[in-house]
Design a protein around this ligand. Structure first.
Ligand code: FMN
Ligand code: SF4
Length: 511
C-alpha cells in the first residue's frame, strides 16, 4: 500500500524550499523501494513550520517541520513513512498543533487539507454545496442570507456585503459585473493569496453565488502581478471548473451563466482602491474616481458592479451552505463571523490565524505569535496595513473587533498585524508612512499628492532637530488637512500611522 505524503505548493512553502524537499522525498522513496503518493497540498498557514511535510496515518496526519531538503534522509531513517514521532522535527498530529487547534477556521477549513486544484477533493470537503443551494434560490433570498450572516467587507472598509449586493440587485441594467479585489497590497498580508493558492474553488464558488445573487454573468479577479503562483493555480482551477460545468453558460444544467477571468495589476498600491481598480480593469491609468456614483450603481464599464475582497467572497460558500445565522453565531457586537488574521513582522511564529472576532491583540501576538523573533521586548504593532495606526502596549488588550478599534482611531482592515520590537524608531516609521504615500498616491488631489511630500520634509526637519516644536505643530496641521481634504482613504488615512506614532511614542520625535 502506498503512503500519502503532503508537501505544500503555495508561495511561502516554495520560497522555503518545498520543491526541493518534495524532490528529495521522491528520490528517497525510490531509493528505498517505498511506494508513496506525493500530494502537493495548500499551506496550513503555519509559516514558521514551512515547508511542513505531512504523512497520512490511521491516526491522522503527522506533521514534520520546518523540513530542509537535507533533513529528508534522516526523516526517512526515523520512520517518516509510518508517522514515527521520534524525530525532533516531528510536530505530532497536525490537527493537534495548538496554533491550528485553537483557531476557528470557517474560510480556511480546507486549506492545507486538500489538493488545491482537485475538484473531487473540494467536493469531498463540502465544496460547491453553497452553490448547489444558491441555484435553487431566488436572487433576493441569496442576498437575504448574506445580510443575515452580518458579513462585512474584509478588504478594509468593513462595509456590509449584503447591502452592497442589494444595491446591485436593485439596479436596472442589461449587464452587471462581479469584481474580486485580489490586489492585496497591505503590508504583512497574505490571506487572499492563500485562498487563491490553497482553496481556489472556494473563491470561484463565492463569485458565482454573487453573480446569481445580483444578476451578473461576468466576473473578473483583479490579481496583483506579484502573485504568479496564485495566478497559475487559479487559472487552472477556472479551466477545470469550466470543464466540470461549475462555470460557463449552463452551470450544473441550471441554464444559468457565469464566466470568470483573471486580470493582472501592475504593482500600484492605489489600484487596490476600488474605483482606481475599475479604471485599471478598463485598461486606463489607476486614477481614483469621485464617489458618488458608487461602483454598485456605476461601476465597471459604467455598469452596476459588486467589488468585493477575496476574503469577503470566500466567506460566501459557507454562508450559503450552513446559513447566514451559522456564520453570525461567531463574533461579537457588529463584527460577525471570523477574520483570518495575518501575523507578520518581528514575530516568532508568523502565519494565518482565523478567529471569531473578540479575542485581544495580545492573545494573537503572544499566544499564537510567541512574541518577537528577535526575543527583544515588543514595542509597537501596526494593524490594518500601511494606513493603519500604530498601537502601543496600552492598547493591546483591545478586543479584535471593528468598533473597538475604530473607537481608538485604529482599524482592523484586512487583518494584517505587523509587530515591531524596541529597536524601532517610530519617527522613522512616521516618515515611511508619508513617503509611501508620495510613491503610491494617484496624484488626483492636492492634500495627498503635495501633502505627503511636505510631510516627509517636515518629519526630516523634526528628526534633524530644526525648529522642532514649530514643525511638530505644522505636522499636526498637515495631518488634519490630509484627513479632511483627501478624495480617498489613501491620503485620508496616511496620517493615522503618523498621528498615532506622535501620540504614543513622542520621545522618538525628540531624539
Ligand atoms: C489605498 C487603498 C488601497 C486598497 N487596497 C485594497 C486591496 O489591496 N484589497 C482590497 O480588497 N481592498 C482594498 N481597498 C479597499 C477597496 O477600496 C474596497 O473597499 C474593497 O475592495 C471592497 O471590498 P469589500 O467590501 O469586500 O471589502 C483599498 C482601499 C484604499 C483606499
Ligand atoms: S487621496 Fe491620494 S490616492 Fe486618493 S484620490 Fe487623492 S491623490 Fe489619489
Amino acid at each position: 500500500m502506498s503512503t500519502k505524503i503532503f508537501v505544500p505548493c503555495d508561495t511561502t512553502a516554495l520560497a522555503m524550499g518545498a520543491d526541493e524537499v518534495a524532490a528529495r522525498i521522491e528520490a528517497q522513496a525510490r531509493q528505498r523501494g517505498a511506494e508513496i503518493e506525493l500530494v502537493r497540498n495548500g499551506s496550513r498557514g503555519l509559516f514558521w513550520l514551512e515547508p511542513l511535510v505531512e504523512v497520512e496515518t490511521a491516526a491522522g496526519r503527522i506533521a514534520y517541520g520546518p523540513v530542509d531538503e537535507d533533513d529528508v534522509e534522516a526523516l526517512f531513517d526515523a520512520g517518516l513513512l509510518v508517522g514515527e514521532t521520534g524525530h525532533p522535527l516531528c510536530q505530532g498530529l497536525t490537527e493537534e498543533i495548538p496554533y491550528l487547534k485553537k483557531q476557528q477556521r470557517l474560510t480556511f477549513a480546507r486549506a492545507g487539507i486538500t489538493d488545491p486544484v482537485s475538484i473531487d477533493d473540494y467536493r469531498a470537503h463540502d465544496g460547491f454545496k453553497g452553490l448547489e443551494n444558491a441555484l435553487h434560490l431566488a436572487p433576493q433570498a441569496i442576498v437575504d442570507e448574506i445580510k443575515a450572516s452580518g458579513l462585512r467587507g474584509r478588504g478594509g472598509a468593513a462595509f456590509p456585503t449584503g447591502i452592497k449586493w442589494q444595491t446591485v440587485l436593485d439596479a436596472e441594467a442589461s449587464q452587471k459585473y462581479i469584481v474580486c479585489n485580489a490586489d492585496e497590497g497591505d503590508s504583512g498580508t497574505f490571506a487572499d493569496r492563500l485562498v487563491m493558492e490553497c482553496d481556489p474553488y472556494m473563491l470561484i464558488e463565492g463569485m458565482t453565488i454573487a453573480g446569481l445573487a445580483v444578476g451578473a454573468t461576468q466576473g473578473y479577479i483583479y490579481l496583483r502581478s506579484e502573485y504568479p503562483v496564485a495566478q497559475r493555480i487559479f487559472n487552472e482551477a477556472i479551466a477545470r471548473a469550466e470543464a466540470a460545468g461549475y462555470l460557463g453558460d449552463d452551470i450544473l444544467g441550471s441554464g444559468k451563466t457565469f464566466h470568470l477571468e483573471v486580470r493582472l495589476g501592475a504593482g500600484a498600491y492605489i489600484c487596490g482602491e476600488e474605483t482606481s481598480l475599475l479604471e485599471s480593469l478598463e485598461g486606463k491609468r489607476g486614477l481614483v474616481r469621485a464617489k458618488p456614483p458608487l461602483p454598485a450603481i456605476v461601476g465597471l464599464f459604467g455598469q452596476p458592479t459588486v467589488v468585493n475582497n477575496v476574503l469577503s467572497l470566500a466567506a460566501v460558500p459557507f454562508i450559503l451552505d450552513q446559513g447566514g445565522q451559522a456564520y453570525a453565531d461567531y463574533g461579537r457586537g457588529r463584527s460577525r463571523g471570523t477574520l483570518p488574521f495575518q501575523l507578520a513582522g518581528n514575530v516568532k511564529r508568523g502565519g494565518l490565524i482565523e478567529l471569531a472576532f473578540g479575542p485581544s491583540l495580545r492573545e494573537l501576538m503572544e499566544d499564537f505569535g510567541g512574541g518577537t523573533f528577535s526575543e527583544r521586548p515588543l514595542r509597537a504593532v501596526q494593524v490594518g496595513g500601511p494606513l493603519g495606526a500604530y498601537l502601543p502596549e496600552s492598547q493591546w488588550d483591545l478586543p479584535l473587533d471593528y468598533e473597538a478599534f475604530a473607537a481608538v482611531g485604529a482599524v482592523l482592515g484586512h487583518g494584517g498585524v505587523v509587530m515591531f520590537d524596541d529597536t524601532v524608531d517610530m519617527a522613522e516609521q512616521a516618515r515611511f508612512s508619508m513617503e509611501f504615500c508620495t510613491v503610491e498616491s494617484c496624484g488626483k488631489c492636492t492634500p495627498c499628492r503635495i501633502g505627503s511630500t511636505r510631510g516627509v520634509e517636515v518629519i526630516d526637519r523634526i528628526r534633524a532637530g530644526e525648529n522642532r516644536e514649530a514643525n511638530l505643530e505644522l505636522l499636526t496641521d498637515l495631518c488634519e488637512t490630509m484627513v479632511d481634504g483627501s478624495l480617498c482613504a489613501m491620503g485620508g488615512m496616511t496620517p493615522f500611522p503618523v498621528q498615532s506614532a506622535m501620540k504614543h511614542f513622542p520621545d522618538d520625535f525628540q531624539r
